[in-house]
Design a protein around this ligand. Sequence first.
Ligand code: F6R
Length: 258
Amino acid sequence: MYQEFTPEVLVLPTPKDVDRYAAGCVIAQINGKHDSVLTLPTGATPQGMYERLVQLFKQGQVDFSRVTTFNLDEYFPIPESHPASYAEYMKTHFFRHVNVPSSNIYLPNGQAESAHTEATRFDRLIQQRGPVDLAVLGIGPGKTCHIGFNERGSQVDSRTRYMPLDPQTREANAVFFKDPNEMPVGSITQGIRNILEAQRILLIAKGERKAWGIKRSLTCKPSSDVPASFLRFHPDVCFILDEGAAELLRSKYIALKK
Ligand code: F6R
């Protein structure tokens, strides 16, 4: 049996406020512990957070030279150099602009021969270099409510593995591929257990299209039908939402503290 906790829920006026607040949390983590280990997301939602982190780095407000990063997931199979790979996303939005040493950057290898062997290798690395101090997550579109690419049906004790993508995920993410037929049908993702092993978790969500998933994640009984609901088994989670993503929550909490 898992103990259930109430996440902190922060509702901010605009998407930009979400970017700034989330970046501020990441910086506070690193400035408090220079050799922090982070789990990082990709997708549309965190782009503004990365932009802000790069800006703060250029202003000298943070030093990433001792930081280690693990990405949540990568498409499989996909060449690393594919413009829509998460390896390429991370270089474009973050790693090319800051000083995380390349030897401290870990993503699942989307072009490995065997997804299973690669997932096992990646999982072992997280366990060797962990525990993760801070995991930043987005939430999947529509009814998926995925975290990482833990689609519906994922178990609370799942670890890094191959995961076929939900049709709703494929539809939502097709926009990132010039030719939607090039979109892989699968991924390698950290499991729910990997995510829950982080010391602290931030989930960021923006816009009304995430409102249903946010409401379900915060209110339904934690279950593999709503993978993000498993976050309620962690004692230190903060949902950072804009007004759109929070619109179905009965009461809007502003800076609600535990
Ligand atoms: C990506 C990831 C996914 C995304 C989710 C939301 O690394 O882990 O869980 O966070 O699919 O994606 P966007 O932000 O594009 O709506």
